[in-house]
Design a protein around this ligand. Structure first.
Ligand code: TYD
Length: 145
């Protein structure tokens, strides 16, 4: 799916179960709360406050990104428009389709970025150069008259 746009990035309100002894639980089921089969889970932590991560796109990988602790912003970019999502509750999940450039910004102290991913890690699935990503993403577009 090359023709994804920022509009395909969706903030999903996950289920929140308030527990009797205070606190909350959010369960996530494969292919129910996420529109793909989860093949990998990873999390990013010990990120210094205020720092930035990301700066890449994936050819095929789909993800659900959650701020399991703290907060950060995810700026998505399809080469024609940008959107910024503030993830500041563990009950929000940001669905990221394939072929979207993303940057993670404004990490709070103690921020943990939990990622549910549709594929195992594969370096060849990455675009790490923005120009190359844009060229490939819109390569079937007719040039302007
Ligand atoms: P990367 O996805 O590039 O993170 P960021 O863009 O935020 O820096 O991952 C950083 C490094 O971690 C990369 O060189 C490969 C390694 N890595 C794995 O080995 N397995 C994984 O599942 C992930 C996500 C990264």
């Amino acid at each position: 799916m090359n023709n994804t746009t920022c509009e395909d990035c969706k903030l999903i309100d996950l289920t929140v179960i308030q527990t009797p002894r205070q606190g909350a639980i959010t369960p996530i089921y494969n292919s129910v709360h996420v529109p793909f089969d989860i093949k990998r889970v990873y999390y990013l932590y010990d990120v210094p406050a205020g720092s930035e991560r990301g700066g890449h796109a994936h050819k095929a990988l789909q993800q659900l990104i959650i701020a399991a602790s703290g907060s950060f912003d995810v700026v998505v970019d399809d080469g024609k428009s940008q959107r910024s999502f503030c993830l500041n509750r563990p009950s929000y999940g940001l669905y990221m389709p394939s072929m979207m450039w993303r940057e993670l910004k404004n990490f709070s102290g103690g921020g943990i970025c939990l990622v549910l991913a549709s594929l195992p890690y594969d370096e060849s699935d990455y675009y790490r150069e923005y120009e190359q990503f844009i060229k490939e993403k819109w390569r079937n577009e007719n040039p302007l008259p």
